[in-house]
Structures are given as structure tokens and as C-alpha cells.
Design a protein around this ligand. Structure first.
Ligand code: FUB
Ligand code: ZN
Length: 642
């Protein structure tokens, strides 16, 4: 087998979510968000840009040497939204074949291919208007302003990811051929290392790694390495060009760029054996989880530059772009594939259940770009929108969310030698190849609302292997794999494991309960993860949450929204008398567990307050919201002790 990660993920195509929390969200994604994003790409002119580029190519080839068009959208990276939507459609087609949707995608691919210049260059803003730059971010020569803002290589990264997804979903090479024609040009221009250009927005590294995997062509991996080696020293920290990548030790600058780069470094290290990259991203990971992670799993709290802040700089009215959460999960998954440490999956789960899925409304057609932990009820903080927006001028987040949700099952299972890792819990059916044997995996659970999971293991024939069942950090008394957040009551109730109906004492290794045995058809594993409500404290150095408390249950973080409580959360104080009770309910927020917090001190008198899962805030209209509430040590005079 060619070199790759030591742990291999079970592909998302081998797992189907059949019920529960993620099923609901995935179905809304397929039924609403996918067609909605397609329509947005068409209605906003993102597809038209390809037609305008194609027209310029056609008419110039026919002799109209001065013909040119102007883009109908704002940003040179608008092409990438189309590519991300296509990637999402490809995943959706895999989950649910749909000939009409596939035909529509074929139409888009033809339009994109027509906009590609004869030598493989693809970037609509230049092609439609070739004599002079049509946008400040674009230089007269190709690539020259890429280290800055042209996004030529960024667009290609998303193109490559889409091309590979489309090929894998449909077996068709049409988009992959566009990618390879482009990659040949990139190789001609960069392969000899004479042109030293650090991509101003990373993602091409991951795209090239995927091209390498699907074609086996070593040039695509080499190009990814060339782009990583072109970074630093002395460039802007904003785009991680301040130091060579192997010398970087902390997460800095634009959070999406940063996390995509760390994920790309992981890919190049896995495929090409660059150990120094692994050392660097381990250091940076440590910096993020010990100092830069919001409780919701979001990152990049600083609006200016959409950036990571200083150590412990975690304001509540933060930015935390949806794309940055996605990029963090992509990176975290790669860290897991290197290390086999469940702590990385714990972070994916925290982000997925909170600061990622908050990015889309329950209806599937309204979106958050930033995902703050506190909101005043009025600010137009969502890219000039108060509350969830129908779309954005800079529309990176909705298509990114849509493609990620469609392929979420790729994080469920993984295999290393004769070990099967069970990482995600959701009602689902899956299949993996372990120890040379096909194994069907069926999960029944109400997770994340209930911690009881029943897994049926069905090997094609009796086979010995080790099942590694993730015991989430939260079930072991640790919300995150560091001291950044801690439960006020750190002693969690014990989790219980049964195999074949019998209590099973499994050793814990790297966050996994290890069950080594021979498996036979119909074997069952039952895991019971008790889900008490936890009050959470932040590290004393996180100024914004000093003297405050947040609530979570299982992997779900809670928020208090003003609307139902008739009081802005800023006026509430949690006291030692406050108790939290969990209630499962179906209502306007779907099927969720809400919390009733008793005896919260309010301006008039103590009273109960309802907290909802953070991810579903702003689904009932505009209202103030807070994850962190003031906390007092005094039951009688709450404010005094703050
Ligand atoms: O630059 C392309 C995308 O636009 C970034 O990833 C987002 O943060 C937004 O700035
Ligand atoms: Zn975004």
C-alpha cells in the first residue's frame, strides 16, 4: 500500500446515518441546503462568471482581440463557492443518487471546462478581462499577487477537492480532467521551484494531496510540499508566511488559512514522510487546545483579520467563523489519523455539535458566518446582518458547511491493522474491513441527547480484532484535552460497558476503551455514558469568562437566549443554589434537550431560566444570547462576590 496515514478512515460512503440528531441535520442539508446553495450560486452570478470567461476566450479566439467582460460578483474567490457546492453535491449524490442533480452538475462542469484557458489556467476574474486586472487583488501577471489576495491557488484547491469528490461519487472524469489540466500548468509554473510563491490562502495543499491519492502521480504531492516550503521567513503572520512552516509553534493569523495549512502539512507528512511537519503541527495543536479554543469548539475569535488571538484571548462577542470551525475539524481528524488519540476526536465532536452546526439554521437556509458566544440582540455582526442571514456577499461559509455535513460520516470509524476505532456515535449503519474481514456496524442511540449506545458488530466470519470505543473526554471529567476549561464537579459518574450483555472491564488507552476478542455475527457492545449537566469554569487567564460559568451536557454546550426568559442573559447570575435539570422535548427547536436552571438571580427575584443547545440559538427570532453567565459565590447577594 502506498504511504499514507497510519490509521485509515473508513470512507464516508461506507457509513449511513439512519436516525437521530445528525440524521435530521443531514436530511435538511440534502433536501434544503444543497438545492438552496445551487440556486444561490446561480442567482448571484457565480456561475455566470464562468460563462463570461468562456465568452471572452471564444470571441478572442474568433478574432475579437479586445473583447472582454466584467465579473458580476464581488470577489475573485467567488469561483471557489461553486467548487465547494459541487463537492457537496458529489457527496450528496453518494448518499442519495439523484439523476436530475447529477445532470445539473454535468451542466456546471461543462460551463467550468469552457472557462479554462487552453493551457489549463482557470480563474474567471482574469480570463474574462485579460488585458488589465479587473480587481485590486489581481496582478497583471498570473500568480504574482497570490501570496497577497488574488486567491488563484485557493480557488484551485477547492477545484481539486471537488474534482476528486465528483470522480469518486460518479466515476466520471469530466471535472477531474479539468483539475489535471490545471495541475499540469501549476507543475509547469512551480515544479522547478524557480517561482517561489506562498499561497496567500491555503487549501491547495489538501487538494493536491487528494489529486495525488487518486492518480498516484508524485508531482501533485511534490507541488503541495513546494507550496509549504515557500512560506517564510518575513512574510505576513496573517497568512502564516512569517516563518518557515516547520518553525511555527503557535496558531496565528487568519484562522481558516491557518487550519487549512496545518491540515495540508499533515497530509504531506502522511503521504511523503516529512516528520518535521508533524512536530510543528503537534506544537501548534497544543497551543490551540490549551489557549485558543472556545468552549463551543470554535476558533479565530478576532474579527479584525478573522484571526486567532493571543494566548487566552477568548472574548465572548467573538468572530469564530464557521469555515474556521470546519478547518479545525479537518485538521483535528488528520491529527487523529497520525496519533490514534481520542482527544483529537473529542475536539471534532465538540466543534461539530456546537460551533460548526450553529452555522446553519434548523430550516437549512439561514446561516451564521461568525459564531459568537454572546450576542446583544441587535448588532449586525453577521456580515451586516442581525441574526442568521440568507446568504453572504462573501459566501465561503454556507457551501463549506454544506459539503462538510454531507460527508460527516467519514469521521465515524477508522482502522489500523487489526484495530477498529469507533469515533462518532449516531444511529447508523456502516461497513469496515478489519483484519481482512468485512464487518457490518450498526449503532442505535439517541446521542448526543442520551449517552446510551448499542453497537452491533457483524463480521462476515468469526474474526479476532480490537475494538476501540471512544470514551469522550467529557465522560471522564474533562471538557477539553487541556486545563483551558474544567468542570466545577470534576468527578463524573462512571461509564459502563457491556459486551454480549455482560459487564466488561476494558482498559482505557489514549481515550479508547479497548476490547480485544474474537467477534462473531450479532455481537453487541453497549456503552452507557452518563450525561449529568456540568457547570464549566474557564482558565483564570481567560479574562472574558472570569467569574462566569457555562453549562454543558455530554458534548452539547448550552446558551441562554433572552426571548424565552424575558431577561437579557447579562442580567442573570448563577448562584450556588442554582441547579440544572435536563428535559428532552420536541418543539420549535426540533428534538432537543433543554436545561432548566433553577434559582438564577435576576433583577427582581431568583427564578428558573431555560438554556438551549448553543447550536440552535437564533432560530426563534432575534434576542440576546450568552453561553457564559455571571456566577456568584453568595446565594443572597450574587453580585457582591463577582
Ligand atoms: O478568503 C476566502 C475566504 O473568505 C476565507 O476563508 C474567509 O475567511 C473569507 O475571508
Ligand atoms: Zn467562511
Amino acid at each position: 500500500m502506498p504511504a499514507d496515514y497510519p490509521i485509515r478512515p473508513v470512507p464516508f460512503t461506507a457509513v449511513r446515518i439512519t436516525g437521530g440528531f445528525w440524521h435530521t441535520r443531514q436530511q435538511v442539508n440534502l433536501r434544503v441546503t444543497v438545492p438552496y446553495a445551487i440556486k444561490q450560486c446561480e442567482d448571484t452570478g457565480r456561475l455566470t462568471n464562468f460563462d463570461l470567461a468562456a465568452e471572452t476566450l471564444r470571441r478572442r479566439a474568433a478574432g475579437e482581440s479586445t473583447f472582454q467582460n466584467k465579473p458580476v460578483t464581488i470577489y475573485p474567490f467567488d469561483d471557489s463557492d461553486v467548487f465547494k457546492v459541487m463537492e457537496g453535491i458529489a457527496y450528496a449524490l453518494h448518499v442519495q443518487p439523484d439523476p436530475a442533480l447529477e445532470a445539473r452538475l454535468d451542466g456546471w462542469i461543462a460551463r467550468i471546462a469552457a472557462a479554462q484557458e487552453p493551457d489549463g489556467y482557470l480563474y474567471t476574474f482574469r480570463t474574462m478581462h485579460p488585458d488589465t486586472p479587473v480587481h485590486d487583488w489581481i496582478a497583471p501577471e498570473r500568480w504574482r499577487k497570490d501570496p497577497d489576495l488574488s486567491h488563484e491557488l485557493y480557488n484551485l484547491g477547492h477545484l481539486y477537492e471537488a474534482g476528486v469528490a465528483h470522480f469518486q461519487a460518479t466515476g466520471k472524469r469530466t471535472l477531474l480532467d479539468v483539475c489535471l489540466k490545471s495541475a499540469e500548468l501549476v507543475w509547469r509554473d512551480f515544479g522547478d521551484r524557480r517561482l517561489r510563491i506562498a499561497p496567500g490562502h491555503q487549501v491547495i495543499e489538501m487538494g493536491l494531496a487528494k489529486l495525488h491519492r487518486v492518480t498516484g502521480d508524485p508531482r501533485w504531492l511534490e507541488l503541495a510540499r513546494i507550496f509549504l516550503e515557500a512560506r517564510g521567513p518575513g512574510g505576513p503572520e496573517y497568512s502564516q508566511q512569517h516563518l518557515p512552516v516547520t518553525g511555527q509553534a503557535a496558531a496565528v493569523g487568519h484562522a481558516v488559512r491557518a487550519n487549512y495549512m496545518y491540515a495540508g502539512m499533515a497530509d504531506v507528512a502522511a503521504l511523503g514522510g516529512d516528520a518535521a511537519y508533524v512536530e510543528a503541527i503537534r506544537r501548534i495543536w497544543d497551543n490551540v487546545v490549551t489557549r485558543k479554543l472556545s468552549l463551543t469548539g470554535g476558533v479565530g475569535p478576532i474579527q479584525h483579520g478573522e484571526a486567532y488571538g493571543a494566548d487566552y484571548e477568548l472574548p465572548n462577542a467573538c468572530y469564530n467563523e464557521t469555515c474556521a470551525a470546519i478547518a479545525l475539524m479537518l485538521w483535528a481528524h488528520r491529527m487523529f489519523l497520525f496519533t490514534g488519540d481520542a482527544a483529537h476526536v473529542d475536539v471534532i465532536e465538540r466543534t461539530a455539535c456546537n460551533g460548526f452546526i450553529s452555522g446553519v439554521s434548523l430550516s437549512g437556509d439561514r446561516f451564521f458566518y461568525p459564531n459568537p458566544l454572546a450576542y446583544d440582540g441587535a448588532a449586525k455582526n453577521n456580515h451586516d446582518h442581525a441574526g442568521r442571514a440568507p446568504w453572504f456577499g462573501c459566501a465561503c461559509c454556507p457551501p463549506n458547511l454544506m459539503r462538510t455535513l454531507a460527508a460527516l460520516t467519514g469521521w465515524f470509524y477508522a482502522v489500523r491493522d487489526a484495530s477498529l476505532y469507533v469515533n462518532f456515535y449516531a444511529t447508523s449503519e456502516g461497513a469496515a474491513e478489519v483484519a481482512g474481514t468485512g464487518v457490518r456496524l450498526t449503532q442505535a442511540t439517541e446521542y448526543p441527547w442520551d449517552g446510551r449506545i448499542r453497537l452491533t458488530v457483524d463480521p462476515a466470519r468469526p474474526v479476532a480484532f480490537t475494538l476501540r470505543l471512544r470514551i469522550p473526554g467529557w465522560a471522564q471529567g474533562r471538557p477539553v484535552p487541556s486545563d483551558l476549561y474544567a468542570y466545577r464537579d470534576p468527578a463524573p459518574p462512571a461509564w459502563v460497558l457491556r459486551v454480549g450483555g455482560q459487564a466488561w472491564a476494558a482498559p482505557l488507552e489514549a481515550g479508547y476503551a479497548v476490547i480485544a476478542r474474537e467477534w462473531r455475527a450479532g455481537d453487541t457492545v453497549e456503552l452507557d455514558l452518563p450525561m449529568p449537566v456540568h457547570a464549566v469554569r474557564g482558565h483564570p487567564r481567560v479574562e472574558a469568562v472570569r467569574g462566569a460559568v457555562a453549562f454543558e451536557r455530554g458534548p452539547v454546550v448550552y446558551a441562554v437566549e433572552g426571548e424565552v426568559n424575558r431577561t437579557a442573559p447579562a442580567g442573570l447570575t448563577v448562584t450556588p443554589r442554582t441547579r440544572a435539570r435536563a428535559h428532552r422535548q420536541r418543539g420549535p427547536l426540533g428534538d432537543v434537550v433543554t436545561l432548566v436552571l433553577d434559582a438564577v438571580a435576576a433583577p427582581a427575584q431568583p427564578r428558573p431560566v431555560t438554556a438551549i443547545p448553543y447550536a440552535v440559538w437564533n432560530n426563534r427570532g432575534l434576542a440576546p444570547m450568552a453561553v457564559w453567565l455571571r456566577a456568584s459565590q453568595s446565594p443572597t447577594d450574587p453580585v457582591k462576590d463577582l
